[in-house]
Design a protein around this ligand. Structure first.
Ligand code: 9MR
Length: 577
């Protein structure tokens, strides 16, 4: 039973004041509502049965600028729809267009221009600034989303307190994990890794990219300053023996209030193997990435990583176990930590070249599975495949093969499925949108390693899906596109007096799990009744299973939109070493 049920009362109070109207439908053709780059793949998905030629008319003069026949009808098993596809990739004239079929308007505005993903990239990265704990968000940087500081976290207790009554640590900063105000090491791991990878792959362009944060005027790239906010917090979560506390939260999730009003006691909870290894991996990565900007920090991170790794060697099987009376997130997927161990060993080897870590990398195996917070396997694979100078030609080639197994499956799925999407059945889980975004990252890595543009095109479709080319006809990113979530499950957006949600957030997305139905479902009737996974979504704050936001979901959106932006507008080749 999810503790959020305990907030039924809050829900009832809110229901009186807020009636989340369903968003109006658009013109039905499923397009990337943000737009298309000039040279990229450009698809339109038409859910009607009628066939014919799709004509793109320029809004400037109403004249047809391009026309292309629709494909044959095919069914998409995840939405139950039969659809046709129009491929207008060959059309490269910048402008704003509207699609017509047999003289009937079938689309909203279709934007084609260079740099079309810059805004969504910037806002999804900037969203992390809005998630900062222990600091006010000032108007200069946050605009109308300015708010007071919350959660100083300078006096954090141990949970359960009776086990260690004298315990106190100061553990400020970090990002709020999601719609709630907890801070969790495991989820921070994949998030930090993903954001730092973008910097590693496109250092020159990423270094110049500005997000208007308080650190923007210093000599460090904004992307690295943003991630540093969370790394600084993570460092405080390491105990003297090298172990790392699993999370820092209140006992219960708070109500839908701004940070300043959530004043309940905050606790750290037990050290876990997963936390130690996630910590070791990203601290070792940070040691490399920050070396030229802040050598002292780099050294400190590396020492912390080595201590956490050594702790995990001595404590290899400590799974997180939720203590009685503690009801916030758990982030414990399995009792096996070899994937985290491989990842941490690979990062430590890249940072130190030490034999100890090389032996571990040689001993541990990897598979062809994708990345999410519960499986770090691919995080290691990306690293191994891209650094033959560190891991040896053979090991890197094996990692590349492993990556290509998954990438080929995704590419084929994109090329053959009715919606032309690199999405599998098992991606429709809690946080499905992040699964789609992470699939895009697998494909981009395959593209880097092979220069085969078919992988790039498949990655483009992952972004298209997130930005509107989906059966819900919605861009799943707040503030981006013609129609986007208005009511995410996100306490700061719920607790303020601003109509719009905080921008740049990717909501969790559709899936048929419906873990939230039965709580406040009177507002979510259609959602509760929906059968197909790709349409089981509701833009309502009550739906924490489909409409919450989270750092590990936004990070792959930042990566995907950022990498495509860089690849299309300048740095054509990522840096792999
Ligand atoms: O992202 C997590 C998802 O994979 C799990 O199925 C779900 C239920 O355990 O929890 C999700 O993570 C939540 C975390 O536990 C607490 N903060 C909000 C996260 C997003 O819903």
């Amino acid at each position: 039973m999810d503790i959020r049920r305990n907030f039924l009362f809050f829900g009832l109070v809110l229901a009186v004041f807020s009636f989340a109207e369903p968003l109006p439908r658009l013109f039905s053709a499923r397009i990337n509502q943000v737009g298309y780059e000039l040279p990229g793949l450009k698809l339109l998905v038409w859910p009607g049965t009628d066939s014919g030629k799709v004509e793109l008319k320029n809004v400037k003069n109403g004249k047809t600028a391009f026309s292309v026949p629709l494909s044959s009808l095919a069914e998409w098993e995840f939405s139950g729809e039969s659809v046709r596809v129009a491929d207008f990739s060959k059309f490269e004239e910048p402008g704003t267009y509207i699609a017509y079929l047999n003289d009937r308007r079938i689309s909203g505005n279709i934007f084609i221009r260079k740099g079309v993903y810059e805004d969504v990239f910037r806002s999804s990265l900037k969203w992390f600034y809005y998630q900062r704990a222990s600091t006010p968000l000032e108007g200069e940087f946050a605009g109308r989303f300015a708010r007071l500081a919350g959660h100083p976290d300078t006096n954090v207790l141990f949970y359960p307190p009776e086990e260690n009554p004298a315990f106190r640590i100061s553990s400020p900063k970090g990002w709020y994990d999601a719609g709630d105000y907890g801070k969790y090491i495991v989820n921070s791991g994949i998030t930090v890794f993903t954001l730092l990878q973008l910097y590693e792959h496109f250092p020159a362009a990423a270094a110049k990219f500005k997000t208007n944060i308080p650190e923007s005027k210093n000599a460090t790239p904004d992307l690295l300053d943003e991630v540093r906010w969370n790394l600084d917090w993570m460092l405080t979560m390491q105990a003297e023996d090298g172990g790392v506390y699993h999370k820092l939260t209140t006992q219960q999730f708070s109500g839908p209030v701004l940070p300043e009003f959530d004043t309940a006691e905050r606790f750290v909870v037990m050290k876990s193997t997963a936390a130690a290894l996630n910590f070791a991996a990203v601290m070792a990565q940070a040691a490399r990435v920050y070396r030229s900007y802040d050598n002292a920090f780099s050294k400190k991170s590396l020492a912390a990583a080595e201590r956490a790794y050594a702790w995990a060697e001595k404590n290899p099987l400590i799974a997180y176990k939720q203590p009685d009376g503690m009801n916030t997130g758990q982030y414990n997927a399995d009792q096996k930590f070899t994937d985290e161990e491989l990842w941490a060993s690979a990062e430590l080897l890249a940072a130190t070249k030490n034999k100890k870590y090389r032996d571990a990398v040689e001993r541990l195996t990897f598979t062809s599975e994708g990345a999410w917070w519960g499986n770090s396997n691919f995080l290691a694979v990306y690293r191994l495949a891209s650094m033959p100078s560190v891991f040896g030609k053979e090991k890197s080639a094996a990692a590349k093969d492993s990556l290509l197994v998954q990438a080929n499956m995704l590419r084929e799925q994109m090329e053959t499925s009715a919606y032309r999407l690199p999405v599998f059945k098992w991606n429709f889980v809690w946080g499905s949108n992040s699964a789609v975004a992470n699939n895009g990252i697998v494909l981009l890595n395959a593209y880097y390693l092979t220069q085969d543009v078919r992988y790039l095109n498949a990655a483009q479709r992952a972004l298209d899906y997130l930005l509107g080319s989906n059966p819900m006809e919605i861009s799943f990113v707040t503030g981006a596109g013609a129609r986007s979530p208005r009511n995410p499950h996100h306490r700061p957006s719920e607790g303020d007096d601003i109509d719009d949600p905080v921008p740049g957030a990717l909501v969790g997305g559709p899936h048929a799990g419906k873990q939230d139905v039965g709580t406040e479902h009177w507002k979510c009737k259609d959602y509760a009744a929906s059968g197909f996974p790709a349409v089981s979504y509701v833009d309502d704050r009550c739906s924490y299973a489909t409409n919450e936001v989270a750092i590990n979901w936004n990070a792959p959106l930042v990566y995907l939109s950022g990498a495509l932006h860089f690849l299309y507008t300048g740095e054509r080749k990522p840096l792999l070493k």
